[in-house]
Design a protein around this ligand. Structure first.
Ligand SMILES: [Zn+2]
Length: 439
């Protein structure tokens, strides 16, 4: 399948983020085969991108598909702090999830991701009442919707020894499946909930197994001050230092949040080359604080952007991240490059590293993950202004067409996949009703 996209304005992402006016882009065999002012046919499909910007699909560095069915659930008691948010809502909910809930939750979020132009998602899954086979069910939804996802099961001692064993096995089984199949849509990390819910023994077992499998870890780190306080009190180390002591950090690993990482933690994260996923909307919502992205970047930490399931709209998350950083630093002029780099440079680096080929940039040889967004620039759009347009203009525009791996998943805002959106939502509502009754 040779698809030509012509007459659009290309925004490449990456560093530097370039604007290519009057260029066409050829997609072939799942990759970007050519970018040039004029490309010779024949083609199987030609997409006219007049009045549109052509960009790479977005990467979401930290996601929880399983949280879909909580939308509108009003039964949780009010929470006074982060631990109560977990106790009153998330840990009550995830224990009750069935495999069908897990599958439908993922499918709904993946369809939303297509609509928002997010083509790669790094997910972190928990369903302690239905561990075995949960990642395969999510993977099936990923295959059906045509996107890319990196999956893991979050290991935690909060549900007892049997669930720890099942969690180790689920991570291992799925990682082995990924290694065997080499499916360009699927990748695996080893999931851990957070240092404050994991014993030394469980961390060591996971660390040994992850090393044997040759994969990095995906873990929540220093999300709330209470996480750091717990680890200091019971283990004499910060959350970051304790995870490092068990061999969890490293260049393949992904640390979600790091809101309460201090300067020494940041230096350690930088030395280990660990990716950090910043999730500002979730951090604001849970009132846990805002990470100093400015200091992390200054100290050499690779900071990307996730949503923690608050949205799949990456430009929305970026805007909130920028505004939250202004408030955090008490400075309305700081953090623009740090935040925009997290989405347009670091997230593509993370995806490229996980998948083993370039993802998230418009360049020859990169994955054919491309979106077309309806946008007439009202001010000059060029290399020097592209980031401003993305944050303040394109973030408000509509994704028209989404392509992943060279397959058109949505065109002219119509889904082109084998999913009936209305029927999916109806099924999801039915499952949500059952889950809310069990909650
Ligand atoms: Zn999370």
């Amino acid at each position: 399948m040779r698809i030509l996209i012509q007459n659009g304005t290309l925004i490449t992402f990456g560093s530097p983020c370039r604007v290519l006016e009057g260029h066409s882009i050829l997609l072939e065999d799942g990759r970007i085969a050519k970018i040039a002012p004029h490309i010779e046919g024949p083609f199987d499909r030609v997409l006219d991108a007049r009045g549109q910007v052509v960009m790479p699909g977005f990467v979401n560095a930290h996601m929880h598909f399983y949280s879909t069915l909580v939308r509108g659930l009003g039964k949780a008691e009010p929470s006074a702090n982060f631990q109560e948010v977990l106790d009153h809502l998330w840990w009550r909910l995830d224990r009750k999830l069935s495999l069908d809930d897990v599958a439908v939750s993922a499918e709904v979020m993946l369809v939303e991701a297509i609509r928002k132009g997010t083509t790669t998602l790094v997910d972190h899954h928990a369903s302690p009442g239905a561990v075995k086979g949960s990642l395969d069910r999510i993977a099936r939804a990923v295959k059906q919707t045509g996107l890319r996802a990196c999956l893991c099961y979050e290991l935690s001692d909060r549900d007892g020894d049997r669930i720890i064993d099942e969690g180790l096995e689920e991570n291992s089984d799925f990682a082995k499946r990924c290694a065997r199949e080499q499916d360009p849509q699927l990748r695996a990390l080893f999931g851990l909930h957070a240092a404050f819910t994991l014993s030394d023994r469980s961390l060591d077992r996971a660390s040994a197994l992850g090393r044997e499998l040759g994969i990095g870890f995906h873990v929540h780190v220093a999300e709330a001050a209470s996480d750091v306080a717990f680890n200091r009190e019971h283990h004499g180390l910060s959350s970051v230092a304790r995870l490092d002591a068990h061999g969890i950090l490293g260049p393949k690993s992904l640390a979600g949040h790091c809101v309460h990482a201090d300067s020494a933690d940041m230096d350690l994260l930088a030395r280990r080359g660990t990716f950090v996923a910043h999730n500002p909307q979730s951090n604001l919502n849970n009132a846990v604080g805002i990470a100093s992205v400015v200091e992390m970047v200054q100290r050499g930490v690779r900071v990307g952007l996730g949503t923690d399931a608050m949205t799949v709209n990456m430009l929305e998350e970026l805007r909130v991240g920028l505004f939250a950083q202004h408030l955090r630093q008490d400075n309305p002029s700081c953090g623009f490059m740090e935040l925009t780099n997290s989405l347009f440079v670091r997230n593509p680096e993370l995806a490229s590293q996980l998948w083993g080929f370039p993802i998230g940039r418009l360049e020859e040889g990169a994955a054919a993950d491309v979106i077309l967004v309806d946008y007439y620039p009202p001010t000059p759009l060029d290399d020097t202004t592209a980031l401003g347009h993305l944050v303040f203009g394109i973030s408000q525009a509509t994704v028209n067409t989404t392509i992943c791996g060279g397959h058109i998943l949505m065109e002219g805002r119509r889904l082109e996949i084998d999913v009936d959106e209305a029927a999916l939502a109806a099924r999801s509502r039915e499952l949500a009703k059952g889950l809310w009754e069990r909650f």
